[in-house]
Design a binder for this molecule. Structure first.
Ligand code: ATP
Ligand code: MG
Length: 254
């Protein structure tokens, strides 16, 4: 569904993005290992609107992590284009990619990637330190993000003083803290038991309802069924792109 915009009343700001959040065309990524070459991505075309909740599935080796790395501006394609907020990031230098990552992308990794020696508040503050924000503002923003994921009472705990689900929530707060355009999660429930996994899916549902754009890589069909759209990769190609008719809703609140 696309809304039509009346050009006589629409704001004339040149800096306002007009197209979809993500526009990908003919995206390819080749890896060369000795004499062998692998097309980890082999011609992907895709559009994702702001606020979508998308699951990315596919067998091992199908290109999911490679695709996430492209979407997250951690790597550039061999060919094809990637427009993020109307900017062609496929041509960016490493420094420009780092800059856009800081501003636009929130990552949630399977292994959380939390710093073990510092407390939750400090862990969540980290992206803001990179962004050069001053300390008092950083603290307030990090505390707010932790409250959002239900950890307002655990700010001074270190990661090893938390449960697996709580650690994943800290990682989620860190991904949210600089209000990114996209939240990317690679197997966010992979290391968690079922109940804790459900807790994370409730949190994602809440983030979706607040208007965040979520892309989640998962091997698990029942996790994917929480999303509103499922992309299925195979051999570096987008094999299926389907809408979830009756997404699983986690009703309990945090
Ligand atoms: N740095 C690399 N160098 C060479 N080949 C690579 C590299 N990274 C990935 N590949 C190859 O690209 C293909 C896609 O890998 P990718 O990690 O994206 O798969 P995946 O779908 O995430 O798999 P999994 O479910 O096992 O995590 C695989 O054939 C892999 O061997
Ligand atoms: Mg992977």
């Amino acid at each position: 569904m696309t809304a039509s915009v009346d050009p006589t009343t629409a704001p004339a700001s040149a800096s306002t993005a007009t197209g979809p959040l993500i526009q990908i065309a003919g995206l390819k990524k080749r890896y060369v290992m000795g004499s062998e070459e692998v097309w980890a991505l082999d011609g992907i075309d895709l559009t994702i609107e702001e606020g979508e909740y998308v699951a990315i599935m596919g067998p091992s080796g199908s290109g999911k992590s490679t695709f996430m790395n492209m979407l997250g501006c951690l790597d550039t394609p061999t060919s094809g284009t990637y427009l993020l907020n109307d900017s062609d990031v496929s041509t960016y230098s490493d420094d420009e990619l780092a800059e856009i990552r800081n501003r636009e992308i929130g990552f949630i990794f399977q292994t959380f990637n939390l710093l073990p020696r510092v407390d939750c508040l400090r862990n969540v503050e980290l992206p803001l330190i990179y962004a050069g924000m001053k300390q008092s503002e950083r603290r307030e923003r990090a505390a707010e993000a932790l409250r959002k994921v239900g950890l307002g009472d655990r700010m001074d705990h270190k990661p090893n003083e938390l449960s697996g689900g709580q650690r994943q929530r800290v990682a989620t707060a860190r991904a949210l803290v600089n209000t990114p355009s996209i939240i990317l999660a690679d197997e966010p429930t992979g290391n968690l038991d079922t109940e804790t996994g459900n807790e994370i899916m409730r949190l994602f549902e809440q983030l979706h309802r607040q208007g965040n754009t979520l892309l989640v890589v998962t091997h698990e069909e029942d996790i994917a069924q929480h999303a509103r759209r499922i992309l299925r990769l195979r051999d570096g190609k987008l094999e299926h792109d389907t809408l979830v008719e009756h997404p699983t809703l986690e009703h309990e609140t945090l």
